[in-house]
Design a protein around this ligand. Sequence first.
Ligand code: ASP
Length: 601
Amino acid sequence: MKRTDYCGRIDRRFLDQTVTIAGWVHRRRDHGGVIFIDLRDREGLVQVVSDPDRVQTFATAEKLRNEYCIRVTGLVRPRPEGTVNVSLPSGEIEVLAHEIEILNVAATPPFQLDDENLSETVRLQHRVIDLRRPQMQNNLRLRYRAAMSARRYLDALGFVDIETPFLYKSTPEGAREFLVPSRVHHGQFYALPQSPQLFKQMLMVAGFDRYYQVVKCFRDEDNRADRQPEFTQIDIETSFLDELEIREMMEGLVRAMFREALDTELPEFPIMTFADAMRDYGSDKPDLRIPLRLTELTDVAKTVDFKVFRAAADLANGRVAALRVPNGGTMTRKQIDDYAPFVAVYGARGLAWIKVNDASKPNDQGLQSPIVKFLSEPTLRTILERTGAQSGDVIFFGADRENVVNDAMGALRAKVGHDNGLAQPGWKPLWVVDFPMFEYNEDAGTWGARHHPFTAPKDGHEDWFATDPGRALAKAYDVVLNGWEIGGGSVRIHRADVQAKVFAALQISPDDQRRKFGFLLDALSYGAPPHGGIAFGLDRLVALMAGQESIRDVIAFPKTQRQQDLLVDAPTPVSEQQLRDLHILVRTSDPAKHAGATTSG
Ligand code: ASP
């Protein structure tokens, strides 16, 4: 089955040569007497011409339909004057068919490959055809180039790719786990790893010094545009490097990936503390393409009578913050009001705003707003000064518990910025550092690990564990790019006694510590080296590189929002015998639902 080159590579260099190419019929046009075929393979399109002089070849060309798989041998010749297509590498030439062989016919495809308005459901049901589309071909090859460049970078620095198990043990690491029943051990389960975290740490204890893996991780979370139940990390761990050294090395990795896969030189990665990020952007993954910041007003709000501000400012964990939108005055009243339901999703109970018509008059003369009458002129002047507001601006306000204000105003900042065309083009990477060790779960009334329980505290910060856990900071860091967290990691705890202290702060009892993490504590007790690492989300990185909004567009066979694979139709019920072999009895309130496949929707 010889072919001389890919369709998409035939260009003027091949003029007057006879070539053999193979691929799929992208389009066939019958121009009364001459048939044109756009033949497609993974490298692109080339135009094939069949004229009636070659009777048999022409007869075959007449039978061709979209997506037939064919092979063509023919002569490369210049396209006639006026028909050159400059947008295609092969646009100056065409292949005059001497021979056409139909390798396989194709059923009528469910959609045209160049249809831009396909629903995602249709695309995922017919993923094989969807993947033939040039955009998807490009996305997956970009993904490959990005992963290869990471491998080359890490290999050159002495990192070793070591596989770790998928059939792992249930250990709480944050998200819900997928469980796999054991047939051999009645009533017992493996868990699919949320990440190879503890294996990579044990590989450091085992002396491998530098480890990496491009590896699937599994988290049973609700899917969003940037989440999948199985996703891929570039997972990395190294010994004997401190936080700064690890960050520098990993920044080099991201740079190398962009350079090699995308031919792009990333700008400087500024370093921002978690506290600064929350204060100025309300988010630990700020999109720095948007030149807007929050302004702190909690102290001012403590002095006012206006109840909405005052009550929030007086809360122990309250915050009042403003977002100034330069020239926001061009927004209509309706546009402004429409942001209230937007912030409500983040728990905000309203969205106060002031339209600054004349910044020199901090009263109802110069300011237009339902709240101006509740605020004194000096307070309004302070607000204008602090936010730097000019005539023509709009100021939004958030007043609530700190995390509600941060979530709502952080999201509003991004939304208003994009809606008003304020986002600058290009790449804005940064490091976010000095994360808190713990975060308080208000529903459960307990402290949880902010990153994961194996993250080292900043030197001396273990002293806060017992008295004020919220103050303890971690040697943890995230890489953020254009508002997406693309990687996160930490220096690890390498001493069993410190690890036990963290478990204690997380209220994991000594018994539970042994049962769940005895293997780690044992490993740490055998001279564990100082170590740390990071994991990058390959799907997110490539989605950003490809300019795709959803990571599903850079994964060959992704799941839907409802965790279904529409192509192979998974999940599905299994037979009674399979369940018996696994000693599993399915509880269901609706037996009919269990028996019938619930695969659509
Ligand atoms: N295992 C961590 C995660 O998946 C990353 C790391 O700390 O290296 O988020």
